[in-house]
Design a protein around this ligand. Sequence first.
Ligand code: PXP
Length: 236
Amino acid sequence: MKLGVNIDHVATLRNARGGIEPSVLDAAIVSQNAGATAITVHLREDRRHILDNDVIELKKALKININLEMAAVEEMKDFALKVRPYSCCLVPERRQELTTEGGLDVVSRKDEIGKIVSELKNAGIVISLFIDPDLEQVKAAHDIKSDYIELHTGCFSNAKDEIEEEFELGRLKAAAKYGQELGLKVNAGHGLNYKNVVRMREIEGLCELNIGHSIISRAIFVGLDAAVSEMFGLIA
Ligand code: PXP
C-alpha cells in the first residue's frame, strides 16, 4: 500500500506564530525521502493551515504526487485548474469543524459535484471523492466518473470497542469491494494511527492511505523522517 502524508499540521504550527517555521516544504521533502508516495494538503476555505502559496511551492519542488484536498466549490476548482496538482480529493467542509467530519454527500449533490469532477478531469487532474463507506455514495462516485474514492475511516478509528471496530471494518471492506467491482480505485484515511493502521491491510486492494495527524504528532518525539518510515513499514 502507498502512503500519502498529510502535512497540514506542519502549517498549523507555523501559522501559530505567523512566521516561516516549521517549513511546510522541508516537511514535504523529508516525507518524500522517507517513503511517502504522495503529499496531501487540504486548502481550506478559512486557510487555517495550508496557504495558497504552499501548494504552489510544493508543486514546483516535489518529485512525488501532490494530492490537493478541497471543498467542491468554484473558488477551489479555479485554484486547482491554475496550479494543477496531480490529484484533487473533494471533501465536505464546514467552517466550524475541527477536522473533516464526514464524507462528501455525492448522492444529493451529484450534478454539482459531477460538473466539477468533469472540469478537473478534462484538465488532466486525477479525481478522488472522500466518502463514507456507504454503498450508495460509492455508486454515485462511480456514476459521476471519479477515478478514486477515499473511504472515510473516522468511524473505524473512533470505535469505542472491538465490536464497533469490527462492524466499521466490515463497512469499509464492503465499500472497497463494491467500488473495485465498479472499476474505482480505492484509498482510505482519517484518524489512522500507528496502532489501528495495520487493520487496513485486511481490506483487499487498497491503493493508498492518507495519514496526517498521527504522523506529525509522532514526529515531535522521533523526528519526521522516522515517523514517516515507521508508518510506511506498517503498511507496505
Ligand atoms: N483524508 C482526508 C480526505 C482528510 O480530510 C484528512 C484530514 O485532513 C485525512 C485523510 C487525514 O486525517 P488524519 O489527519 O486524521 O490522519
